[in-house]
Write a protein that binds this ligand. Structure first.
Ligand SMILES: [Cu+2]
Length: 244
């Protein structure tokens, strides 16, 4: 079968345009994800998470587990590689429950604090009080993985219980994600951030700190949308021209 030279030219242009558009989309996705300093939840926490498999993971994690709840990867002694000493001891008493939901639409759960500031290389102790009847967590992500398996420090308090744990933060300015691992609780307000030093920018959708859907607008470099629009228009123009 033979093809008219014209149609082959058109289809190769069309293919180019499609590739261009795909590239645009991919570039946008990369811009979106690289701009969030602490990896988004989806990256680190399976959405459909099974009940915590304490026994399976006991070998990889430093874990304490009793009726009050669970403390995972508590570390009061080992310094991160970039810290020569502990700069300061910081303690927080954190309450969790429906009483701490901020009065905004869609908020049912909350922490007594949704933002914590600590100095680089500080040793942070969290006293976590759960005032609800269901279990809640205070789970921190993004710590150095050589020191904290999966980069995680994790407290879980059963209903009405109290647990405590300690971790040492690295020296760099960074903002870490904190949340309750029960997806609905996080979506309904149990999300917070730990700001070390000057931090690395607010995470999105932290109650009382940042708006729900501002991460794309704020983090995408200026001109990216314009560039994408220009390329799509160019692709469109090429297609139109070849059809004339
Ligand atoms: Cu919870």
């Amino acid at each position: 079968m033979t093809r008219a030279p014209g149609s082959s030219f058109t289809s190769s242009l069309q293919a180019t345009a499609v590739l261009l558009m795909l590239w645009c989309g991919q570039a946008a996705a990369q811009v979106g994800s690289s701009s969030i300093e602490v990896n988004p939840i989806a990256d680190r926490v399976p959405l459909a998470r099974e009940d915590h498999s304490h026994h399976e993971h006991a070998a990889d994690h430093n874990m304490k587990f009793d009726d009050a709840g669970m403390v995972m990867n508590s570390n009061a002694d080992v310094l991160p590689q970039d810290c020569e000493s502990i700069s300061e001891d910081v303690e927080f008493v954190v309450y969790a429950g429906t009483d701490y939901a901020l009065s905004a639409a869609g908020r049912t759960f909350g922490y007594s604090e949704h933002e914590y500031h600590v100095p680089p290389c500080s040793r942070v102790t969290i006293h976590f009080y759960n005032e609800d009847q269901v279990r809640h967590q205070w789970m921190l992500h993004g710590l150095p993985r050589y020191l904290y398996p999966q980069g995680m420090f994790h407290l879980e308090a059963s209903g009405g219980q109290h647990v405590m744990g300690t971790f040492i933060v690295p020296s760099d300015d960074a903002t870490y994600l904190i949340h309750c691992d029960i997806t609905q609780h996080m979506e309904k307000g149990m999300k917070a951030q730990l700001v070390v030093g000057a931090g690395s920018g607010d995470l999105w959708s932290v109650p009382g700190v940042s708006a729900d859907f501002n991460h794309h607008e704020e983090k995408m470099p200026r001109g990216t949308l314009l560039l994408m629009a220009a390329m799509v228009m160019l692709a469109g123009a090429m297609l139109t021209t070849t059809k004339l």
